[in-house]
Design a protein around this ligand. Structure first.
Ligand SMILES: *Cc1c(COP(=O)(O)O)cnc(C)c1O
Length: 343
């Protein structure tokens, strides 16, 4: 199979249409068989539920080429499961989890020429999404939906090495207590765009959001979970008493990596903001960057510095181990790497 003629090492994180997307529609209480399509647009009624009451959920994962030349993705069953949870929370019919994985395979296979080669650092980003397409005018769930997967090649998150970033403590909340912060829905991002633009304008890579109920505990950033390392070398993972942290698959994978590959102790608990200066390392984790080391956290009356000039040793080891498992250079003990037959 001939690869597309792209400058793989210098791709950005911008949408570029590929050959096919996957689409399935929900009508009369059932999902249709689904199919690949070369049409990258959606035609919607002006009264479609998504346009009025924001019924939309999405996922994000990536396909890439391993050292041995296989095209794989990472734990797609977890994205399938989380998307079904997200859908149920805003009264959308979940797309069947086995069909989700099958659809990911189909759309990656159909776009195999767009999967970046091993060593480029680039990946084929996979974005499943679901929207309410049925008409609603009174406030209620729609009765028609579209599930779609688009794929687009994106460049390595860190070109020229992983570098620590600065974050600021936001004056805004990302999610409401016991609201929808624990699902992957566009509505949460609508809420965090203003603080995100504000953070970037002030020179920060992202926000650290505190718990929306008491503003005492660390929750997460706009699109990544936080991790800390304490003085004894334990991994400390913030938990939310108000269930407003998104359950990151990268975070849960790193917890397993820390425990079973690196023999670390992992402590999952609520983390008070006023204790984060007791930690020795901080990072943010998510599919895109795996781990972004955090070198500095600034709040109105406090500045915590972990170090801007190098990645802490524990974050470094965690990142290398997980990316090594993903690329096939380290044994995949848990069966996380999902091979896609592309020939
Ligand atoms: C997607 C997302 C994450 C990261 O989740 P991964 O499954 O690791 O990619 C973290 N926080 C928010 C708010 C997210 O939307």
């Amino acid at each position: 199979m001939e690869k597309k003629d792209l400058d793989w090492a210098n791709l950005s994180f911008e949408y570029q249409p590929t050959d096919y997307s996957y689409v399935s529609n929900y009508r009369d209480g059932a999902w249709d068989d689904g199919a690949l399509t070369a049409d990258h647009s959606i035609r919607l009624s002006e009264c479609a539920g998504i346009l009025h009451y924001c019924q939309e959920v999405f996922e994000g994962l990536k396909a890439y080429t391993t050292e041995s030349g296989d095209v794989v993705c990472f734990r797609p069953d977890q994205n399938a499961h989380r998307m079904a949870d997200s859908a149920r929370r805003i009264v959308m019919p979940p797309f069947p989890e086995d069909r989700f994985v099958d659809a990911v395979e189909k759309v990656v296979r159909a776009n195999a020429a767009w999967v970046p080669p091993f060593g480029s650092g680039a990946t084929l980003y996979i974005r499943p999404l679901m929207v309410a397409t049925g008409d609603v005018i009174g406030v209620k769930p729609a009765d028609e939906y579209q599930f779609r997967i688009l794929v687009t090649p994106v460049g390595a998150y860190y070109k020229g090495g992983v570098k620590p970033v600065k974050v600021q403590v936001s004056q805004y909340d990302r999610a409401a207590p016991h609201g929808t912060g624990n699902i992957k829905a566009g509505l949460n991002y609508a809420m965090s765009l203003y603080p995100s633009v504000e953070a970037h304008a002030a020179g920060y890579a992202d926000n650290m959001f505190l718990d929306p109920e008491t503003r005492t505990y660390v929750e997460e950033s706009g699109g990544a979970n936080f991790l800390f390392v304490d003085k004894d070398g334990n991994l400390v993972v913030p938990q939310s008493a108000t269930d407003s942290i998104l359950p990151s698959i990268t975070r849960r994978s790193l917890v397993d990596v820390a425990e079973s590959y690196l023999g670390m102790k992992v402590i999952q608990r609520q983390v008070r903001f006023d204790e984060i200066d007791q930690f020795v390392e901080c990072g943010m984790c998510g599919t895109a960057a795996v781990i972004s080391p955090v070198g500095e956290v600034d709040a109105a009356d406090k500045q915590v510095v972990y170090g801007m000039d190098h990645v802490g040793p524990v974050m470094q080891r965690l990142r290398e181990t997980l990316t090594g498992i993903q690329s096939g250079e380290i044994e995949d003990r848990f069966g996380w790497v999902h091979k896609i037959d592309v020939e």
